[in-house]
Design a protein around this ligand. Structure first.
Ligand code: SF4
Length: 359
């Protein structure tokens, strides 16, 4: 059995470690490239969203490397993510005999535990729980490092150095095998960023980055948007983080303490009164929070044809007009180039800086 799973930002680092520690043979997909996207798109239904195509591209590339057991996530009832697994399973089974497992995001902890028990039947209960906890702790440490990069990177003359510290740290922390190593490693890295930045306490232009989950978390798809903005001297506030999501949807959800939709339904009023699927509600709720908390602009990113975010975009436009706050909405597809996104972000950053200097 050779297990594989799709890429999504730094998620694959602790997932690979967790499976390896439990004795599971992993075949990781190569990093996402143009070839991945084209391969996935050529075997995908017409008009399906970009995350589906890239996930399928990851699976097909892993299959070429010998993978025969595929793991994906499914959030039934939320958006097209609810049918990804069924369609991908059919597509992969046309090529060879495969095992296909789906993590149910509506009951994530139990679904993950049962999956690991199936993949690693020899592993004990405590060992599995320990590995899940360690993976989540690593992810949360990565979240904190990326957050610190966005903070200190916008406050230094050398943002590329801060970005490099962050990228190296993600690889380094992945090697740590105990909770205390991860904790102290995270602290060291953040202290190093603070010391290297020469932060003089001045507040740079700050924006809220909102939008669809996968696009926010996968740097290949969002064209490294956070790093581009940080290099423009813009502080980025994001509300979707892998570790935060994993923690909330495993431990908190299992304990009945995770009620994200309810919280954002309140935050999104009066622009949204209903859940619209995907991250639509959160997009609107967090954008409104940013505007009410003095952020200078909103950048909204989503995959072309993503219905929940198209609905959210209408609410964001109205919100931006009501509060006179600049809004940049980017609908990304496989044709979008680095140059196209960098040009728009640079123009948006200039506009924000000019606007601020006039006030
Ligand atoms: S939120 Fe949008 S892009 Fe993401 S899976 Fe759902 S429909 Fe597709």
């Amino acid at each position: 059995m050779k297990v594989t799973y799709p890429h999504m930002g730094y998620l694959s680092i602790p997932v690979r470690n967790m499976l390896n520690h439990l004795g599971v043979d992993v075949v990781e997909a190569p990093p996402i490239t143009k070839k991945t996207v084209e391969l996935g798109a050529s075997f995908s239904p017409e008009g399906v969203c970009l995350p589906y195509k890239i996930n399928l591209g990851n699976f097909l590339e892993s299959m070429e490397l010998g993978a025969d057991t595929f793991v994906t996530a499914c959030g039934a009832g939320k958006c097209r993510l609810g049918f990804y697994n069924a369609v991908q399973k059919i597509q992969l089974a046309k090529r060879k005999q495969v095992q296909f497992y789906t993590l149910d995001t509506n009951r994530c902890f139990f679904s993950l535990y049962n999956l690991l028990k199936t993949l690693a039947p020899q592993a004990g209960r405590m060992d599995i729980i320990k590995q899940i906890m360690l993976a989540i702790q690593q992810l949360k440490a990565f979240d904190a490092i990326v957050n610190a990069k966005n903070f200190y990177g916008a406050r230094t003359k050398y943002p590329k150095d801060i970005i490099a510290i962050s990228n190296n740290a993600l690889q380094q922390l992945a090697e740590y095998k105990t909770f205390s190593e991860v904790q102290s490693g995270k602290k060291l890295v953040i202290d190093l960023m603070r010391a290297s930045s020469g932060d003089d306490g001045e507040q740079p232009v700050k924006i809220g980055l909102v939008g669809e989950f996968y696009v926010l978390l996968e740097p290949y798809v969002n064209h490294m948007i956070e790093d581009v903005l940080v290099q423009q001297g813009i502080e980025v506030k994001k509300f979707v983080y892998t570790g935060q999501w994993a923690f909330a949807n495993t431990w908190l959800q299992a304990a009945g303490l995770h009620k994200e939709e309810k919280a954002y339904l309140k935050e999104a009023q009066p622009y949204f009164h209903y859940h619209v699927g995907g991250e639509g509600l959160k997009t609107v709720g967090t954008a409104l929070w940013c505007i009410q908390n003095g952020y200078d602009g909103i950048v909204h990113i989503y995959p072309f044809s993503c219905m929940p975010e198209v609905v959210a975009e209408y609410a964001l436009k109205k919100m931006a007009a009501d509060y006179h706050v600049p809004l940049l909405s980017l609908s990304l597809d496989e044709q979008f180039s680095d140059v196209a996104i960098i040009t728009r972000l640079e123009a948006f950053a200039d506009c924000l800086k000019r606007r601020l200097s006039r006030n």
